[in-house]
Design a protein around this ligand. Structure first.
Ligand code: SF4
Length: 424
């Protein structure tokens, strides 16, 4: 958790902008889902015991397995400049790679402490690459919590990967790259749908193995699966890739629009998408109707946390009939979210950034039926009698696509259902 100096709020373009104390997890949290995705990678956090505790408690069950992440602890001697932190880091990496020969990609992940002592992890990665590449590729990115929110860890990780991707041949036909870590089961579903639509070989970033990362070049058309990948998008465009503008694949409407956008970029018409997706759409719509009975007309308040807030608010209002009291997001990427913003009900109260005390006042005054927030705010709000949903669960769970639409709605319906049962 971190805090910033209180700066007065500003309202511009109908969006309330706030800068003050924030209540969010840091970018290290992304390791919890990224290490499951890239199966031969290891994430070595260069940080303090606090960082190690955060990861261990966020990852929960993984402590029983041989995890693909760990922490090189910076202790008091390092902080006081009494030890050579670079030499210690090199020794930790040597021991790790000797003990875990299956590791093919090593991410050195910066933290607040490594930034405080100005440990240059990009130079460390260069030095370690000289020693271990090609057996192991060493990369680095920052998961520090000083200026970030937790999903930015994935953005920083993928942005670090992009310059390492193979170059696609200059004369290669246009190809589709889906960008954002998705659970394998969701990736398989999207692959089947995209292929049935006529896009032959969709690729995914990140790939499941470090040696299978997709090539990128001027023929690459990329489609974001997550709304928090601004730096990754910039890095892809620097390599010639072009973004396919689309809403995000949450719910039936979002998934269909996302697939249509992909199809359109390859000259495939909407009728093909309608035909290929008809059964899945119908199944998802039926499943959503059950959740709609619990959610329709209920008022929801989003604190800024995961950066998924705007697409989720669109899904909840348009497909489940919820009323949006306030939709907060840590950062509003107007270009990537343009299609989503156009679908929100006119006059939706949007806020960007956070001043947590002011936002808590607004939330308590509004008394929403459901509040989506970080773990740190959930207990105090529950104590005030409000039902809450942890936003971090939305990133850990498979929620994209048709097959998961009802599960996504159920994540919001469950706290309301529980309250109703307790009241009864
Ligand atoms: Fe805390 Fe910073 Fe470590 Fe994150 S990176 S756990 S905010 S010290």
């Amino acid at each position: 958790m971190n805090a910033r100096q209180d700066i007065p709020i500003a309202v511009a373009d109908g969006v309330l902008r706030e800068r003050g104390q924030r209540e969010v997890f840091c970018g290290l949290t992304g390791i919890v889902w990224l290490h499951r995705k890239i199966q031969d990678a290891f994430f070595l956090v260069v940080g303090s015991r606090t960082c190690a505790h955060l990861l261990q408690s966020a990852a929960g069950v993984m402590i029983f397995a041989e995890p693909r992440f760990g922490t090189a602890i910076i202790d008091e001697r390092d902080l006081a400049g009494l030890a050579d932190a670079n030499a210690e880091l090199d020794a930790v990496v040597e021991r790790l790679l000797a003990r875990r020969p299956e590791i093919r990609m090593l991410f050195l992940v910066g933290s607040c402490p490594s930034e405080v002592i100005k440990l240059d992890l990009s130079r460390a990665a260069e030095r370690l690459n000289a020693r271990h590449h090609p057996a192991v590729r060493v990369l680095n990115y920052s998961g520090s919590g000083i200026e970030t929110t937790f999903t930015q860890g994935e953005d920083a990780c993928l942005a670090a990967l992009v310059p390492q991707l193979p170059a696609a041949p200059a004369d290669e036909a246009p190809s589709l790259l889906v960008v954002g870590a998705l659970p394998d089961i969701v990736e398989d579903q999207f692959t089947r749908l995209l292929q049935a639509i006529g896009i032959e070989a969709p690729r995914f970033l990140p790939a499941r193995r470090s040696g299978a990362m997709p090539a990128v070049g001027a023929g690459t058309r990329y489609l974001l699966a997550q709304p928090f990948l601004g730096d990754t998008a910039r890095a892809l465009e620097a390599r010639g890739a072009q973004r396919i503008a689309a809403p995000f694949p949450f719910g039936v409407e979002g998934t269909t629009a996302w697939l249509r956008a992909a199809a359109g970029a390859f000259g495939i018409g909407h009728d093909t998408v309608e035909r290929v997706t008809a059964t899945a759409r119908e199944r998802a719509t039926t499943a959503l109707a059950r959740q709609r009975r619990l959610l329709e007309g209920r008022r929801i308040f989003f604190f800024p946390d995961s950066q998924l807030e705007i697409p989720l608010a669109r899904f909840l209002s348009r497909e489940l009939g919820m009323q949006l009291v306030e939709v907060g997001t840590p950062y509003l990427h107007r270009t990537h979210l343009a299609e989503e913003l156009a679908l929100l009900p006119r006059g939706t109260a949007l806020s960007e950034g956070q001043d947590v005390d002011r936002q808590l006042d607004r939330c308590l005054a509004a008394q929403p039926d459901l509040t989506v927030c970080g773990l740190g705010l959930a207990n105090p709000l529950e104590a005030e009698g409000l039902a809450t949903k942890w936003s971090i669960e939305l990133v850990f769970s498979p929620v994209h696509g048709y097959e998961q639409a009802a599960d996504l709605a159920a994540l919001f319906a469950r706290p309301l259902d529980r309250r109703q049962r307790l009241a009864a």
